[in-house]
Ligand binder design. Structure first.
Ligand code: SF4
Ligand code: SF4
Length: 348
């Protein structure tokens, strides 16, 4: 399977995605209208706490639902100069408590380890998260020591595992991904990740395999814990449920399977005001591989740049950023449906 970009698919253009998202949802039902109804428009940021850096679109997997349209055929990755600008911001913004490294497979960026060790050096107390797809650890001998590297630098590992069975996981993420993911989880457990009192966090992410909302996070976590322990002796800390946002490869699937309209209706009718108050874009910034700033990873993939005079890490201006209005569109219903959804799971 190739990325949408490599297929020259029309939906690899963000303008096409936005056209679908705006044209097919009537104005009296759109996201802005819902926010206005609760006096939350324009949506404003709160305190900046999470700095999410996308190290590139390169990935060893080509998952069906990928919102990044990542894959081995994507070559966009962050260079060291841009990382240095990010490091300066991490050093000066003391309100940041978390740096969240994502991709693609962030570990495939050749500067990944240097970035992690330098963040740890300048901010010993900060949480560093890596969104590790697990299979990367086994993909090449040069990645085999990643669990040790993560442990040495007290990196929290957060990994997608769509289900605790091979067929459902492989159908979403590719043939053989489940077995490799289990092996990688066992390697992480061997270093202490996910084990009681080790202080080394290993969290898993569940997202639905089709056009439906995730079930209860706590119930799914209990089920995953039992099944993974009984079948594979795998331990982990928390399970985060994430709603699939109707963008990129998941949008392509929704349109191809003629599920787009009904999925949007599901999201819209499950709009939860409490989840709208707690959307992650209010305390997070997302940095693209080329240094441009976005309100979140999803806006980044839709190329919806910040509405601010500060648009790039090279012209960082905290005051201008605080003043901005968050850019929203109908994909945002994915963050406010039901129990809410964010990169850290349910929000209510
Ligand atoms: S592992 Fe993650 S980034 Fe890579 S293709 Fe799958 S969902 Fe996308
Ligand atoms: S998609 Fe992004 S901008 Fe929209 S509500 Fe979610 S986090 Fe905020």
């Amino acid at each position: 399977m190739k990325s949408l970009k490599a297929q020259l698919h029309p939906l690899s253009e963000s303008s096409q995605e936005l056209k679908v998202l705006t044209d097919q949802v009537p104005a009296e039902k759109n996201f802005e209208y819902h926010l206005r109804g609760m006096n939350l428009f324009p949506l404003k940021p709160t305190q900046l706490e999470i700095f999410q850096i996308n190290l590139g679109k390169m990935c060893n997997q080509v998952c069906k639902h990928c919102h990044v349209d990542a894959g081995p055929d994507r070559k966009e990755i962050m260079d060291w100069e841009t990382m240095e600008l990010c490091l300066a911001i991490i050093e000066s913004e003391k309100g940041l408590h978390t740096v969240d490294l994502t991709g693609g497979a962030p570990e495939m960026n050749p500067h990944f380890r240097r970035l992690v060790t330098e963040i740890r050096e300048i901010r010993p107390e900060i949480a560093i998260l890596v969104r590790c797809n697990l299979t990367i650890i086994l993909a090449n001998p040069k990645f085999h020591d990643l669990p040790k590297f993560f442990k040495e630098n007290r990196v929290e590992v957060i990994s997608s595992l769509p289900y605790f069975t091979a067929n459902r996981t492989d159908s979403q993420r590719g043939e053989g991904v489940f077995d490799k993911s289990i092996q990688a989880l066992q390697l992480l457990n061997a270093e202490g990740y996910g084990m009681e009192n080790s202080g080394l966090k290993l969290n898993l992410v569940y997202n639905p395999a089709g056009a439906f909302l995730p079930g209860s996070q706590s119930e799914l976590e209990a089920e995953f814990k039992k099944k993974l322990r009984d079948r594979f002796q795998v331990e982990f800390n928390q399970l985060f449920t994430i709603t699939n946002l109707p963008i990129s490869r998941f949008l392509e699937y929704l349109l191809r399977s003629e599920n787009f309209e009904s999925y949007m209706e599901k999201l819209i009718s499950a709009f939860n005001p409490a989840a709208a108050l707690g959307v992650m874009c209010r305390n997070t910034l997302s940095i693209g591989w080329d240094g441009y700033l976005y309100d979140c990873d999803f806006n980044q993939m839709l190329d919806l740049k910040l509405e601010s005079s500060c648009k790039h890490v090279s012209d960082w201006n905290n005051l201008a950023l605080k003043d901005r209005s968050i850019v929203v569109n109908n994909h945002c219903f994915g963050c406010t449906a039901g129990a809410g959804s964010s990169c850290g799971g349910a929000t209510t």
